[in-house]
Design a binder for this molecule. Structure first.
Ligand SMILES: [Fe+2]
Length: 475
């Protein structure tokens, strides 16, 4: 009899806890984002959970504080796309963080704390900081997982992803297998690390994130808009306009996508934010963007003018325009705005797409036929455009003793997890374009940048943590 009662109590308690139907608390554990309006005092916390009437609460406290503060403005969107069981993406704001310190937060469900973590707030302009940058990450490969672990070991304050966040089509179902388990793993080892819960991630969209727009064939495409929450301070795009292609699909599939994406679609692909003493401009570099229409071009120019007081200006986009790899060499469309970035005094442009590491000299570029029209060359394809022109290289800069820039350095850091491109070119300097000063394609790698006032040290670390490049830049 005692035995029967014990079984009854066990089953009853499982039903009460919602475990009898194996329903998990989280479909994606809490992760940090910049939020729609980034400020040094704020970060956004998101998590995914099955649809329910559960009462959720997130609380936080800055290091040294004893009282928990309630996160504000909690809301959720329902993602009901494709064959995935509908679920909720919760989002809530931490708005009173102390810049440049750690903070604790916890998430409770129905009054019981079920998740807690420590995290880094954004920096104020006077503080040093470390940023990791890598592209082409979410392949779910063993190399991608090991790179996540190596990034974690460097203890960055933020991770910037230079596009191709998740392979192969940026689908919600692909995040489930290739992204959350790797970049928001409970513990750190060679299979991943608890990065997303402890530092904010920021991302530009790559071709694998943004070019699948047939919602009949892939109803859970464009999951970037469902899962990321980044600033909405870019230009107003319009679906079918100059920089947002039209969606394809039934009205029902489009509605399901719009309902999940909310106001993040379509503008969230071009935006800017500040971290420490740096301003970051994030741009959609996909070849569907028509740079002849001035809206986006003018926004980039104005955004950089507004950031004139920042010590450093960085740009993040996916398609590298000064690339020596034979792979994707013709995809040069971002050369069209090189003069705008130079005028805006950008220091470094970070890109991915090409799965290796490359660094250029500091350089300037004048595209041919530059006038009222930005004219791409004859090789104008769906994947990219040749843009010929004239470059000027600052060969005086050596990154060691001569550390002041005359021009923009272009970094390609696309070796974050996918198969490497053109390893045979690493030792074949004759195959490099004249603007390239370092090229490493034999090993997966990522970028770590330490900024301290007017001094910046950029290192490229390989999958074993070994340094493959290092430069210092000073103002
Ligand atoms: Fe790509």
């Amino acid at each position: 009899m005692k035995y029967i009662i014990a079984i009854f109590l066990l089953v009853f308690s499982q039903i009460i806890n919602g475990q009898a139907n194996n329903s998990p608390d989280f479909l994606a554990k809490p992760y940090l984002q910049l939020g729609k309006r980034s400020s040094p005092q704020s970060l956004q916390l998101l998590w995914h959970a099955p649809i329910s009437n559960d009462v959720w609460l997130a609380e936080y406290k800055n290091n040294g504080e004893t009282e928990w503060k309630r996160a504000t403005d909690q809301k959720f969107s329902t993602i009901a796309v494709g064959k995935i069981a509908p679920f909720s993406v919760y989002s809530t704001s931490f708005t009173s963080l102390k810049p440049g310190t750690t903070f604790q937060y916890r998430v409770s469900k129905n009054g019981k704390v079920i998740f807690s973590s420590e995290a880094e707030s954004l920096k104020s302009p006077g503080q040093p900081y470390r940023i990791a940058i890598s592209g082409d990450m979410g392949a779910g490969s063993n190399t991608a997982k090991k790179i996540a672990y190596e990034i974690f070991k460097t203890k960055p304050d933020m991770l910037a992803i230079a596009g191709d966040i998740v392979y192969n089509r940026g689908l919600a179902s692909e995040y489930t297998t290739k992204f959350w388990p790797v970049y928001n793993k409970d513990d750190a080892d060679t299979l991943g690390a608890p990065l997303m819960r402890s530092i904010p991630f920021v991302a530009s969209v790559g071709n694998h994130d943004a070019s699948t727009r047939d919602l009949n064939t892939y109803p859970d495409a464009l999951a970037y808009y469902h899962f990321w929450e980044q600033p909405l301070n870019g230009p107003n795009g319009k679906e079918g306009g100059a920089f947002v292609p039209a969606l394809v699909g039934s009205d029902a599939n489009k509605k399901a996508f719009y309902d999940g994406a909310g106001d993040k679609y379509p503008n969230m692909t071009n935006f800017s934010f500040d971290q420490g003493n740096a301003h970051w401009t994030v741009i959609d570099s996909n070849p569907y963007v028509d740079w002849n229409v001035s809206t986006l071009r003018d926004w980039v120019a104005k955004d950089l003018v507004a950031a004139a007081n920042a010590t450093w200006r960085f740009v993040l986009y996916h398609h590298p325009c000064f690339n020596s790899s034979r792979a994707h060499y013709e995809q040069q469309q971002m050369r069209l705005i090189a003069p705008i970035l130079e005028k805006g005094k950008v220091d470094i442009v970070f890109a991915g797409h090409v799965h290796n590491y490359q660094r250029t000299y500091p350089m300037t570029f004048v595209p041919d036929n530059q006038g009222s029209q930005l004219v791409a060359g004859a090789n104008n394809t769906k994947t990219g455009k040749v843009v010929n022109g004239r470059w000027t290289l600052d060969k005086n800069f050596d990154g060691k003793r001569k550390t002041k820039l005359n021009g923009v350095i272009y970094i390609t850091t696309g070796a974050g997890g996918q198969g490497l491109y053109n390893p045979e070119q690493t030792k074949d300097k004759d195959s490099w374009q004249k603007f390239t000063v370092n090229f490493e394609s034999r090993v997966h790698s990522f970028t770590v940048m330490d900024v301290n006032g007017n001094t910046l040290v950029l290192r490229q670390l390989d999958i074993n943590g070994k340094e493959v490049d290092r430069i210092k830049i000073t103002k």
